[in-house]
Design a protein around this ligand. Sequence first.
Ligand SMILES: Cc1ncc(COP(=O)(O)O)c(C=O)c1O
Length: 402
Amino acid sequence: MKKSEQYFEKNLNFLRKKNLYPVIHEVDGPSSFPEILIKGEKYTNFCSNNYLGLAGNEEIKQVVAENIRKYGVGSGSTRMLSGTLDVQVEFEKKLAKFLGKENSITFSSGYMANIGVIRMLADAFPYFDLFGGGQGVIISDELNHASIIDGVRLSKAKREIYRHSDMNSLEKILKKYKNKRKLILTDGVFSMDGDMAKLKEICELSKSYDAIVMVDDSHGLGVLGPNGEGVAHKLEIYKDVDIIMGSFTKAFGSIGGFIATDNVISDYLRITARTYIFSDPIIPAVVAGLIKALEIIENGGELRKKAIGNADMLRDGLKGIGFEVLGESTTIVPLLIGTEKKAIKFAEMLYEKNILAPCIRRPAVVEGKERIRFSVMATHEEEQIGELLNECEKIGKFLKII
Ligand SMILES: Cc1ncc(COP(=O)(O)O)c(C=O)c1O
């Protein structure tokens, strides 16, 4: 081993000795259903974001299979070359209409969308700067998703972080940059906390201080809003949100990411966002599946009711037992534990009872905020949630958390 590599080994050895190296389970077969198989044994799965069960939907599977025959298994080039296909254009139009926006752009993942888009909205126009004042300011909630944080880090613009959902903290920063181009970034549903952004207040401030608002609604899309349009529609504020971003890896049960916005911003990003220009798009057959998924989501009132109902049952049940639980009316139910050791032990003890739910710790949350994060789906049975509550109560007592 080269000396340079020994550094990695030392760090790994340290983590392993302290039992801090994460256990990664290999799932046999499909991984996004409420019941999964690990080494031939059944486990109840509370860590998949397949909120509406669409990852296993028969109609969608059939559409994807048919379109693999038609389009093959890849687009063969980026969107700027021959990779803009009829099916992608159709999906982008339908998605934009669904979200009440003029246009939408898809990316190969939500991560790619965030790291491609944020930078270009904040930086100067990359090809020439005829109009001055090109560099903007990014203003980001402290609990935003890692892909937003990385998008921010790629930018050369000034960065400011406001305290989580604290409107005074946000306003203070906005005031500082009166004459600058400003971009406010927030998760719609916070991925580790399960709470919703204060979008009404954010949008009001954005009007007063002339800032663009971009909402990453990966976890609200499909689940919240009258037809699954997400948190901005639920709060009836979508017209004031300039950019809705999302991932298709959650309620859509598939792969890919997008932004939906007006024609000016989308035309600008199609020629500047480097993850759009230099990385191949979602494979066409999957896009055809996403069109089907969108149709199901639009008519998915019952699925949404079941998903939120299941999550409420778990959240209320955990609170009733005496746990500290975060979030409201979303499918992310985080049970706060507060120490890394106990959170790891909690997840291990659940696993011994054939329940898979992850312990969330660094780098996903800061020290002292370790938690078990349950993802609840429409396809969970009440009985599975009841069993989970029973086990949590026993473990909570054993670990002296309740
Ligand atoms: C809030 C949020 N944004 C973005 C992403 C990235 O999405 P993708 O998995 O499509 O890269 C995730 C995924 O975990 C997420 O939770």
